[in-house]
Design a protein around this ligand. Structure first.
Ligand code: ADP
Ligand code: MG
Length: 700
């Protein structure tokens, strides 16, 4: 099994490192070489000791050990290793903390190449190097791994740091003949597209040639990066092409009819006239429902574009045809709100469709009843959260699933739910405006509908970036809005929704507003740690106007709909991504009143930098433009989250975004290979990492 060549036998790795890698999920040479650097450091420029000065950038120095000393302090385990290092131009002291083994590495007269920044020592006179990266080289050896070149920087992998990984990677690549790497691209495709041999591309990614421009590396546009990006897209597209062919062969479990009588019945439910975009998307969905194959559609629509009613009408088609319709939301607040909104619409139209809510916070008795209703089919429409696809939940006749705010869900979760029906129809809704190229990469197995029109009568939200000095005026503005009968959100950032320290900060802030700033106003607090019923109560009070200012964490980010709220103040706006701010901002501007979104930023340098970024929020309300800007600034992982999709970890997504042509050719090749039955051959060669990413069944 040369392909899965065990790392243990590669010279210079040894059983200990191999074990550490295995623990981190890296079993073979093929797995290892796909652990890509996340950045590179330019260590090409050599300097002489005489050139060093404080404040200069880091430099590489080719030195010799003049003398050295190891001091162990009495505190157990603490050590300082100092060495006097010299070249022809002068000498400098270097200090390493807690690396006592250096005593045996940096012996007198040894040649050592170091990379670091010179700083003034305690005396204030002499320069020194503190913990520089170092490498001992033989006299005639000029191929440093850690110095004198562009070096890769890796994320920590299990217990292995960047430097260890770099050594391992260098040895593995040096020992490789290419035969121990898995080439996922059929030779025919590699030739047709003029791709370099895989080993050469991998070498150029991990240890870029000396002529490489740092900018090109950072922007993922070197020929090697493009070649590997092509590989990744090819594989993803191949998996998608195969899945699509399967879907086309699959006949759905449910059978729907949409006679005119049903249309009329549904139209009577509508509390408003549908927008043109809503009608168009419903028509696309209707066509899916009439086809013999299961629907698999993504509906993209900016915040406030009216996705909920589209979901409801779709669900009711299933219900009217005798199937259970399921609506899954990412948070309990949203699930409850959906349930309430749906019940209101149904009640007003005199419909007797049975709606059941199933969330994690139901009390035991209520949960039992809900489970029973779902299992015996009494529940026609089921609204809930993740709790819907827990093991104990069985449906009588699930026909259709709507997943709201898709970007919060992983694909696996989506599939787990779908597995509870017999090939149910799936409609996924998202407010994340994903550029088309990315949508195809991430959701290539879904058809795409876009609601690109807002309901009439919306007034655009005025967005203002403000700083601490403006706070009093911001509060005055807030008071004025509330005096005029409106309501407000104050959003506080949480690093982690459940971290106790953060909750304390949110609670303290609400207390501060209550006591010192708005003593006469009704202020509520909403965060993810509240019990389900407490959350419910707060949200309900806010939506009926009993709470005037709602201090909230990002639990209000998705979907919450209180049209009377006309102001949102976001504290520490610099801590949020642009797309997230856009989602948040979508909570206001839902009624007829003029609305404001105030982004508070700190005064320091951080705040200054953020102001520039946040200016985008002031200048545009177009979620699509904002997402693109966000992608450019923070990269796809940060924008779409890491949980949402294994594929967003793809190293070269950035390359795809910049280069749609790459996607098109890879797709074309994937379709051809899938069409000629070559996919199984490609998949059979893939290692565990890729199988997981592509959601292929595990082998053996
Ligand atoms: P989102 O797409 O963000 O989920 P919602 O479905 O929550 O948006 O709709 C936002 C608001 O717009 C709701 O108050 C909803 O009742 C209203 N709405 C939706 N469609 C229309 C329409 N065609 N005309 C008027 N109001 C609408
Ligand atoms: Mg919504």
């Amino acid at each position: 099994m040369s392909e899965a060549a065990s790392l243990r036998y590669v010279k210079g790795i040894g059983p200990k490192r191999a074990q550490a890698l295995a623990v981190a999920g890296i079993e073979s040479v093929a797995d290892l070489v796909e652990v890509y650097p996340f950045r590179w450091e330019d260590r090409r420029a050599f300097a002489r000791v005489a050139d060093l000065a404080p404040g200069r950038p880091e430099a590489t120095l080719d030195l010799r050990v003049v003398s050295s000393r190891l001091i162990r302090t009495r505190k157990r385990g603490f050590s300082i290793f100092t060495a006097l290092l010299a070249d022809a131009s002068g000498s400098i002291k270097a200090v390493w903390y807690n690396q006592p083994y250096l005593e045996r590495v940096l012996v007198k007269d040894a040649r050592v190449v170091v990379f670091g920044r010179a700083t003034l020592g305690k005396s204030g006179r002499d320069l020194e190097l503190v913990n520089p990266d170092y490498e001992r080289l033989d006299e005639d050896d000029d191929t440093g791994i850690h110095t004198g070149r562009i070096v890769p920087v890796y994320r920590k992998l299990g217990t292995l740091g960047s430097r260890s990984l770099r050594s391992v990677m260098f040895r593995v690549l040096a020992a490789s003949t290419g035969a121990d790497l898995i080439d996922p691209v059929p030779a025919e495709v590699r030739e047709r597209r003029g791709l370099p041999p895989r080993l050469a591309a991998l070498e150029a990614i991990h240890f870029p040639p000396g002529t490489t421009a740092m900018d090109d590396l950072a922007l993922r546009r070197t020929p090697a990066q493009r070649a590997l990006a092509f590989e990744e897209i090819f594989l993803v597209q191949l998996a998608l092409a195969v899945r699509r062919r399967e879907v086309e062969r699959t006949r759905r479990g449910a059978h729907y009819e949409i006679p005119d009588a049903l249309r009329v019945k549904l139209a009577r439910l509508l509390p408003f006239k549908l927008t043109g975009a809503q009608k168009r998307v419903l028509k696309e969905i209707g066509e899916d429902l009439r086809s013999p194959h299961p629907m698999n559609r993504l509906v993209q629509g900016d915040v406030g574009s009216g996705k909920t009613i589209v979901a409801l009408l779709t669900l009711l088609v299933a219900v009217e045809n005798g199937y259970q319709g399921v609506l899954m939301a990412p948070t309990e607040i949203l699930a409850d709100q959906h349930a309430r909104g749906i019940l209101r619409i149904l009640r007003e139209a005199g419909s007797d469709v049975k709606v059941t809510v199933l969330t994690g916070s139901l009390k035991a008795a209520a949960r039992r009843r809900a489970l029973q209703d779902v299992a015996n089919g009494y529940a026609q429409l089921v609204v809930g959260t993740h709790a819907l696809f827990e093991a104990g939940v069985a449906f009588k006749r699930m026909g259709l699933v709507v997943v709201d705010e898709q970007h919060r869900f992983g694909v696996m979760q989506r599939m787990a739910l779908a597995a509870k029906g017999t090939r149910p129809d799936v409609l996924v809704m998202t407010a994340t405006p994903i550029p088309r190229s990315l949508a195809l990469t991430l959701y290539g197995d879904l058809d795409l509908s876009v609601i690109d029109e807002l309901p009439p009568g919306r007034t655009p939200v005025t967005t203002l970036v403000r700083r601490e000095a403006d706070r009093a005026r911001v509060y005055d503005g807030l008071k004025r809005e509330i005096a005029a009968g409106h309501q407000a959100y104050v959003v506080v950032p949480l690093v982690e929704e459940t971290a106790a320290s953060d909750l304390k900060a949110a609670t303290a802030f609400a207390e501060h507003l209550r006591g010192a700033v708005f003593p006469r106003l009704a202020i509520g607090l909403l965060h993810g740690r509240l019990k389900g019923e407490e959350k419910d109560r707060v949200m309900h009070e806010f939506s009926r106007g009993a709470i005037q200012i709602l201090v909230a964490t990002t639990v209000v980010e998705v979907g919450v709909d209180v049209p009377n709220a006309s102001v949102m103040v976001v504290e520490h706006a610099e801590r949020f991504g642009l797309s997230q701010l856009h989602q948040l901002r979508g909570r206001v501007g839902r009624g007829g009143a003029k609305s404001y979104c105030v982004l508070m930023v700190g005064d320091g340098a951080e705040g200054e930098k953020a102001r520039e970024r946040l200016a985008t929020m002031e200048s545009t309300a177009d979620g699509f433009k904002i997402a693109e800007k966000d992608l450019e600034l923070r990269g796809p992982g940060a924008v779409f989250g890491t949980q949402q999709h294994g594929l967003s970890d793809l190293q070269f997504l950035a390359a795809i975004l910049r280069d749609p042509g790459l996607l098109d050719t890879a797709r074309e090749d994937a379709m051809r290979v899938a069409g000629s039955g070559g996919a199984d051959g490609v998949f059979a060669r893939l290692g565990a990492t890729w199988r997981k990413r592509l959601e292929l069944p595990a082998v053996g």
